[in-house]
Ligand binder design. Structure first.
Ligand code: FAD
Length: 260
């Protein structure tokens, strides 16, 4: 085993000074198995980034909030997001894994990131108190171009939020998952979110489906656009044809529930 240096800063400012020397350590469930790749870790557990608050319909969650704390916060965390946390990992893992660590390590089948994208999540990054949409953050992560510390994730309380997935067994990671939201926006084109997982390296929005819903609550367009995304998404778990069919059913079901 390769030894690494361990730092445990008490403030975000101290942590930022250490970022040149090592990488953030949150729950460690993804990082510790990869410990041979790192020289030093900066433990985030004393930074006070573990609160969940809500004010004026904005939910603010610290990056070090554990997934299980989200599951247990029935007052603030919408039920579809709590359900996605349950489906992300088992209870033991949820008691260790954090929101920030999950966003940074999620693959394309992450229930939590699928729902966060549908909620139009904003990440706050230090240094610089930068606001990045979750889409931008995932894009930068993909290009290995993301530097800094996520301190918070902010979400608007949606008017509607739904999540559905199909997996081989109930507690498995999804073969296909869909999150759908109606957001409290004045502008129709920003109102609907349709996000799917199981098709690439990160969950993704289907803007054609969102436009169909914005322009006339057109469920067929949303279903067809979703199915097209999956046609070549075949792997050892499921064929693209199966995923396309299943995702279309899930989108149709959620859209009907949202619009009725
Ligand atoms: C048995 C097991 C099975 C798993 N199965 C899957 C799976 O099927 N699919 C999947 O996607 N994941 C899977 N995971 C990974 C799991 O989802 C992640 O381990 C967990 O969500 C990461 O959270 P963490 O807090 O433990 O992050 P850590 O392991 O602490 O960190 C993960 C990464 O995020 C960075 N990071 C953490 N916090 C911040 C922050 N605030 N700002 C910037 N960077 C940060 C770290 O430097 C590291 O690179 C599995 C893990 C285990 C142990």
């Amino acid at each position: 085993m390769c030894p690494f240096e361990y730092y445990r800063p008490k403030t975000v400012a101290e942590a930022l000074k250490l970022l040149d020397h090592g990488v953030p350590l949150a729950g460690g469930t993804d990082l510790i198995p990869r410990r041979d790749e790192v020289q030093a870790v900066i433990d985030l557990q004393d930074l006070g980034l573990d609160t969940i608050e809500s004010q004026d319909d904005i939910i603010t969650m610290g990056a070090a909030v554990k997934l299980q704390a989200m599951v247990e916060d029935k007052d603030i965390v919408p039920s579809a997001l709590r359900e996605a946390c349950c489906l992300e990992a088992s209870l033991n893992l949820r008691n260790m894994a954090t929101l920030g660590g999950t966003v940074m390590s999620a693959d394309g089948r992450s229930p939590v990131v699928t729902v966060l994208l549908a909620m139009d999540a904003i990440a706050i990054l230090e240094p610089g108190n930068k606001r990045l949409s979750l889409e931008e953050l995932l894009d930068q992560r993909e290009k290995d171009d993301l530097h800094g510390l996520i301190t918070e994730i902010r979400l608007k309380q949606p008017d509607f939020l739904g999540y559905e997935q199909v997996s081989r067994a109930p507690a498995d990671r999804p073969l296909v998952c869909v999150a759908m939201a109606r957001l409290p926006s004045e502008e129709a084109e920003k109102r609907y979110r349709v996000v799917v997982g199981g098709v690439g390296s990160s969950p993704e929005r289907i803007k054609e489906a969102e436009n169909g819903l914005s322009e006339g609550e057109d469920i067929n367009t949303a279903v067809d656009a979703t199915r097209r995304i999956y046609t070549s998404a075949s792997d050892e778990w499921a064929s693209g044809e199966y995923r396309a069919h299943t995702a279309g059913v899930l989108v149709g079901r959620l859209a009907t529930e949202m619009i009725s």
